[in-house]
Design a protein around this ligand. Structure first.
Ligand code: 5RP
Length: 262
């Protein structure tokens, strides 16, 4: 096991490495956002540079676009791609039905558009992301800056009739300024603690005019790949109802971030 990688990075790395098995030359690949997805982009970049893998990537954020270009992946827009073979992304929470909360990195709008335009979506995660019931992680919603205060009131009103345990709403900040998404919108984080009916909540939130998109991903994810610090990876595919465990030997030279500046 690598002395360079922390246990959590080892878990993310092995999940990302296993996800690369789903990527073949000629594919158009949706590239997620976040620390786990960054491992995936690194791994794919290495395959492009060293194994001649030929893929085109559609990033889900400006951060991922920069990283993908830096590691040698050809980047195209979603409109240029039109349709994707696979999207691989992280998640903040996933449940038994592979419903997700996403948007911890503020990119769930593009992530949902890209994942929905893909033949399959694969989530890569460490085991801490598995929950029995969604909602401990605050649910992000992306809202228009225009009338954001009105939208917030409507969200609070909507939550009153939803099957959720908490009702807190906070605006995401970047230091002392509001966090602004790649699309120029705000993020509100909903502190719900427990979401009894994710499908209903997602539909209701998206009916509020100022809400652009919420971070619930329902019936979008097909496969979840969960890495562990000991190098074990569990692959669960709900399209054919299979579970498989793979074991990786993580070498010292697997820290492919080591020579990259942030
Ligand atoms: C970004 C996301 C990320 O996929 C999610 O926040 C997980 O991130 P990480 O892999 O860093 O834990 O949804 O909007």
């Amino acid at each position: 096991m690598s002395s360079e990688l922390s246990p959590i990075d080892t878990a993310k790395f092995v999940a990302a490495k296993q996800a690369c098995e789903y990527v073949e030359s000629g594919m158009k690949v949706g590239l997620g956002t976040g620390s786990t997805a960054a491992w995936l982009v690194q791994c794919l970049g290495e395959m492009v540079r060293e194994e001649g893998l030929k893929i085109r990537g559609v990033p889900t954020s400006s951060r991922t676009a920069k990283l993908a270009r830096d590691v040698g992946i050809e980047v195209i827009t979603l409109d240029e791609a039109r349709w994707l073979d696979v999207t691989i992304d992280g998640a903040d929470e996933y449940d038994d039905d592979l419903c997700l909360i996403k948007g911890g990195g503020g990119a769930h709008l593009q992530e949902k558009v890209v994942a929905t335009a893909s033949d399959r979506m694969i989530v890569i995660a460490d085991a801490s992301k598995k929950v029995d019931t969604l909602g401990a992680f605050p649910l992000p919603i992306e809202v228009l800056q225009f009338g954001a205060g009105i939208t917030e009131n409507l969200v609070i009103e909507t939550l009153r009739s939803m099957d959720v345990l908490g009702h807190g709403v906070s605006q995401r900040m970047a230091g002392t300024e509001p966090f602004i998404t790649d699309e120029g919108n705000f993020i509100f984080d909903l502190h719900l603690k427990r979401i009894g009916n994710p499908r209903q909540l997602s539909a209701m939130l998206n009916q509020i005019p100022g809400v652009v998109e919420n971070g619930l991903f329902i019936d979008i994810c097909d496969v979840v790949i969960v890495g562990q610090a000991n190098g074990h990876v569990e692959v669960r595919d709900i399209t054919n109802d299979t579970r498989e465990v793979v074991r990786f030997d993580v070498r010292d030279d697997d820290n492919i971030f080591a020579d990259l500046s942030d």
